[in-house]
Write a protein that binds this ligand. Structure first.
Ligand code: ZN
Length: 246
């Protein structure tokens, strides 16, 4: 049984959400962590979680979308965390590739970290080309923190895991020329799988579906040269550990 640890069900354009969820469940993907990206989709994400018991919501502001936030965004975020006791915080973080000016991004990211600590919730981080910014914040990150959509270096990945944090892998890791090298360097006990659906498409222009998660696991097992069943077992254990799944 898999959890898709990062999916934006609210963003599907060419698929009906009910079908996305149903087809995934048929393929043993039975739990979905559904991050929001902006205050404008918090209500939608809360409604999805209310509608589908398989969906765990996450509330946060993606670093790409910090420009037009209302001054009361932080109170609003607290409200959603209080209303949804199992919700995670995220996604949030710093993306230096998209925006080299990181001051405002870091400031908003820190507010998310504080809330995750205060409410004792897991934190979902989007970090691109921000290794030094992130390392500086390692001491204040909550114990259950995942660096989602990891495509960094093997060194950086090991560094994250050494501090006890998790790495979320999706199809984007397979596009890296040195994917095998990275996967072989990582601690398998500190990884989670995700599709980041509908993004991180396997085929250009086609929305990625959570039912593809076992295929991702298969490909990672091949590159890591371990039996698929063994990897599946490790992932299940990680899900129990990180997501508190029984
Ligand atoms: Zn995302």
């Amino acid at each position: 049984m898999y959890t898709d640890s990062h999916i934006h069900l609210q963003d599907y354009k060419t698929h009906n959400i009910k079908n996305v969820v149903t087809n995934a469940i048929k393929n043993n993907v039975v739990h979905f962590i559904n991050p929001s990206a902006h205050p404008s989709d918090w209500e939608t994400v809360a409604a999805l979680a209310a509608q589908y018991p398989e969906v765990t919501p996450a509330f946060g502001v993606h670093p790409w979308y910090i420009a037009d936030m209302a001054p009361d965004w932080r109170q609003k975020l607290e409200f959603y965390l209080e209303q949804n006791p199992v919700a995670y915080v995220g996604e949030c973080g710093v993306d230096r590739l998209k925006n080299p000016d990181t001051a405002a991004q870091i400031d908003i990211f820190k507010r998310h970290i504080e809330l995750a600590q205060q409410y004792q919730r897991p934190l979902i981080i989007h970090a691109v080309k921000a290794d030094s910014e992130m390392s500086e914040l390692f001491p204040v990150l909550p114990p259950r923190t995942v660096f989602h959509s990891f495509t960094g270096s093997a060194e950086w990945g090991k560094n994250i895991q050494k501090h006890g944090f998790y790495i979320g892998l999706n199809f984007s890791i397979l596009r890296k020329k040195n994917a095998a090298e990275i996967l072989n360097a990582l601690d398998l006990n500190r990884i989670l799988l995700e599709t980041d659906g509908p993004y991180q498409n396997i085929e250009r222009g086609v929305e990625t579906l959570p039912q593809n998660l076992p295929t991702l696991a298969q490909k990672i097992a091949e590159l890591r040269e371990i039996p698929y069943a063994e990897l599946a077992q490790i992932i299940a254990a990680n899900q129990t550990e990180f997501l508190g799944e029984k």
